[in-house]
Design a protein around this ligand. Structure first.
Ligand SMILES: Nc1nc2c(ncn2[C@@H]2O[C@H](COP(=O)(O)OP(=O)(O)OP(=O)(O)O)[C@@H](O)[C@H]2O)c(=O)[nH]1
Ligand SMILES: [Mg+2]
Length: 278
């Protein structure tokens, strides 16, 4: 999809980037359209995306395409963010893989939610994103609404402003007002325009951050493991994440109360005073 997205602005932005690769990480609850959005960005059917009663994406996967004078790498994720991940990924391997596949850090996180369906599950997934990466990730997050067609030509900004869903308004505010909408079933030209709009937001966001990707202690650890085998790198990163397993929600922990927001560290979703990153 190189050529449609190439413009002078993007070329200039490309040279301001600290590397020639832009990493975008898809996150959100199951079934919101993460994989479909990844495919729209890549402009091809790369990730498996379909209507299903259970989770479709089971493991992290990447796909890339040319963009301006560099590459865009998209990381699609399974359910790494809900309280159920404690049972599904007890050894932190999948969350470790997510870190390794997005190292040295994502330039932007795309939090995918369905237009008109921002539920308690979406909110828990957002808290899970902050638990995994630290609260600083909000400064790197763009809220992507799928089912843009339901706007029926209306304005997304107005929808967000007028919604009576307070949690949604707070989420968008927490993410600096960055949001856009996708109709992943739109015709090619329309999908390209949507991707261009998203990349404009990414461009602005990354420029504000001086061209550098998001980082934290776990990404910094991953950076030091370059000489080791893939298995050993995964073992070390999963071990670092698991070192604080007692701080993650336990199986059976009431999910409405997760994370316990009355006792949060100021930088992430760990209990106050016990955050491994501080
Ligand atoms: N109408 C419409 N359907 C969409 C849109 N985006 C995604 N879908 C549909 O939503 C369903 C779920 O999409 P997926 O991409 O598999 O969702 P996911 O978030 O990756 O799901 P998991 O991998 O299970 O977490 C599929 O049937 C998609 O075609 C959209 O913009 N409009
Ligand atoms: Mg998927």
């Amino acid at each position: 999809m190189g050529s449609p997205l190439v413009s002078r602005g993007f070329q200039e932005f490309g040279s301001a980037l600290q590397e020639r690769r832009l990493r975008l990480l898809l996150a959100g609850r199951s079934g919101t359209g993460k994989s479909a959005t990844g495919n729209s960005i890549l402009q091809r059917k790369h990730f498996l995306s379909r209507l299903a009663a259970t989770a479709v994406t089971r493991a992290c996967a990447t796909g890339s395409c040319r963009w301006a004078s560099g590459d865009v790498e998209v990381l699609d994720t399974p359910d790494l963010f809900s309280p159920e991940v404690a049972q599904a990924d007890p050894g932190f391997e999948e969350r470790g893989r997510c870190y390794l596949l997005s190292a040295p850090g994502p330039h932007a996180v795309l939090l995918v939610t369905q237009l008109g369906r921002f539920t308690a599950q979406d909110l828990r997934a957002w808290r899970g994103v902050k638990a995994l990466f630290g609260a600083g990730i909000a400064a790197r997050t763009i809220v992507v609404f799928t089912r843009r067609e339901d706007l029926a030509g209306g304005s997304l900004q107005q929808y967000v402003r007028d919604t009576d869903n307070r949690a949604l308004r707070e989420l968008v505010a927490e993410c600096g007002g960055r949001c856009c909408a996708f109709d992943n079933r739109a015709a090619d030209g329309e999908r390209e325009a949507q991707v261009r709009e998203l990349m404009g937001l990414v461009e602005e966001l990354v420029r504000d951050q001086g061209g550098a990707p998001y980082t934290n202690d776990v990404y910094r650890l991953a950076q030091t493991l370059g000489g080791l085998s893939r298995e050993e790198r995964l073992r070390r990163v999963a071990e670092r994440l698991a070192a604080h397993r007692e701080l993650w929600p336990l199986a059976g922990f009431p999910s409405w109360a997760w994370p316990p927001c009355w006792a949060l560290c100021c930088c992430c979703a760990f209990s106050a005073g016990t955050c491994p990153r501080r």
